[in-house]
Design a protein around this ligand. Structure first.
Ligand SMILES: Cc1ncc(COP(=O)(O)O)c(C=O)c1O
Length: 391
């Protein structure tokens, strides 16, 4: 059947009908082990029973009111996010890109409200990904994503990820904000060093610059702490979160300190669906699960186990693989062989993973994945690598 969908995702071969836990099933009943989880979205696996209960319960009560009114689930979720982070205020939206957009607007509005409108430029990092809106692609400056879309100077500058000296070269009196993913995802799994992040925080403090973290992918317990910044020891002024927060239901949120948030006065920003009761009810259930005793520790332990297993593959296949990087269950396997070809082989053997920059394979399993499922995934890697080696 020819598709009426726009072809911006290229050819998609697989068609899934249902999911359960770490597995996806095609119409023909073929079972795939999902170590991509909708690109770090299905944080508690597919069709998590607790999330289904909460979602259907909320669906029977109230779906949508608009932001002209308050609803309990959004107030509760905002309180939970504030109680567990640096933030004092939360703005809800529907995606990571929208959370980023809110953060960018907050940065500009903050200086505008202080009569410092000349401070309006935002620095982002090489290899970054912040979404697909015009501001998001302009900030990340990936030429493939920008081609044909941008006009004029959208107000972003770029420094090299991980290189503090290069940041010093681009920061000036017009710099209003610095945005960084504490752990890059799309660009290849790269963890920002603690000393580097501390130096950025000090630079921001001494130059009246706001620090924004993009934790759309690395947040929501993915790295073993609720947000990655919490184990890297540096607080931002603004943080974008999305993906795993809804466990598969669309939601995003921009978190900010009171000082920053108060510049977004009534009428300056908004979203029809942001804070929708269905999305925030599910978000509450996700947050409650992450707060269960031992949940975060388990993510760290499973992540260490997965990385250790993958490291044995790197040793076994030194001509095909180079390195394992990551934190918690956000893991990148860097390849010497073509990562795309490896991913195809894995898919043939019913394991789903995601490609990332730097010729790497990204593994983002459900946060409640079992050790046995990790073993199955590693076994499939072993088989696929052996096939490549023998051909
Ligand atoms: C780090 C990061 N920021 C922003 C986004 C954009 O989020 P969304 O696709 O939900 O708009 C993504 C999506 O992959 C991401 O990984």
């Amino acid at each position: 059947m020819s598709s009426a969908l726009m072809q911006n995702y290229g050819t998609r071969e697989l068609n899934f009908e249902r999911g359960q836990g770490s597995y996806l099933f095609t119409k023909d009943g073929e079972r795939y082990l999902d170590f991509g989880m909708g690109i770090a979205v299905n944080s508690l696996g597919h069709c998590n029973p607790k999330l289904i209960d909460v979602l259907t319960g909320q669906a029977n009560r109230l779906w949508h009111t608009s932001n002209l009114y308050n609803t309990e689930p959004s107030e509760q979720l905002a309180n939970k996010l504030v109680a567990s982070t640096f933030a004092d205020r939360v703005f809800f939206c529907n995606s990571g890109t929208e959370a980023i957009e809110c953060g960018f607007k907050a940065i500009r509005r903050y200086f505008h409200s202080k009569d410092l409108g000349h401070k309006n430029r935002i620095v982002s990092m090489s290899g970054a990904f912040h979404g697909r809106s015009l501001a998001a692609i302009a900030s990340a400056a990936n030429p493939v994503h920008c081609e044909g879309f941008l006009v004029g100077d959208p107000g972003f500058d770029q420094a090299e990820f991980g290189n503090f000296e290069s940041l010093l070269c681009v920061v000036n009196e017009n710099t209003a904000g610095i945005i960084i993913e504490p752990i890059q995802g799309e660009g290849g799994i790269s963890v920002a060093g603690i000393e580097y992040l501390k130096a950025i925080r000090e630079l921001c403090d001494s130059h009246n610059i706001l620090l924004m973290f993009d934790e759309v992918q690395c947040g929501i317990a993915r790295t073993g702490s609720l947000y990655a910044y919490q184990q890297l020891g540096v607080n931002p002024d603004i943080l974008a979160t999305a993906k795993g927060l809804g466990g598969g239901f669309p939601i995003g949120a921009c978190l900010a300190t009171e000082e920053v948030a108060c510049s977004l006065v009534a009428g300056t920003h908004g979203s029809t669906f942001g804070g929708n009761p269905l999305a925030t009810a599910v978000g509450n259930a996700v947050m409650d699960t992450l707060n269960d005793a031992g949940f975060l520790r388990n993510v760290s332990e499973l992540g260490d186990y997965l990385k250790a297993e993958l490291s044995t593959l790197v040793q076994r296949y030194p001509l095909l693989l180079s390195e394992v990087k990551g934190l918690g269950l956000m893991v990148g396997l860097y390849c010497l062989t073509d990562a795309g070809q490896l991913i195809t082989r894995l898919q043939e053997q019913k394991l789903l993973v995601v490609k990332a920059g730097g010729n790497s394979v990204r593994l983002l399993p459900a946060l409640n994945v079992s050790k046995k499922e990790i073993d199955s995934a590693v076994e499939i890697f072993r088989k696929a690598l052996s096939d490549i080696e023998n051909n």
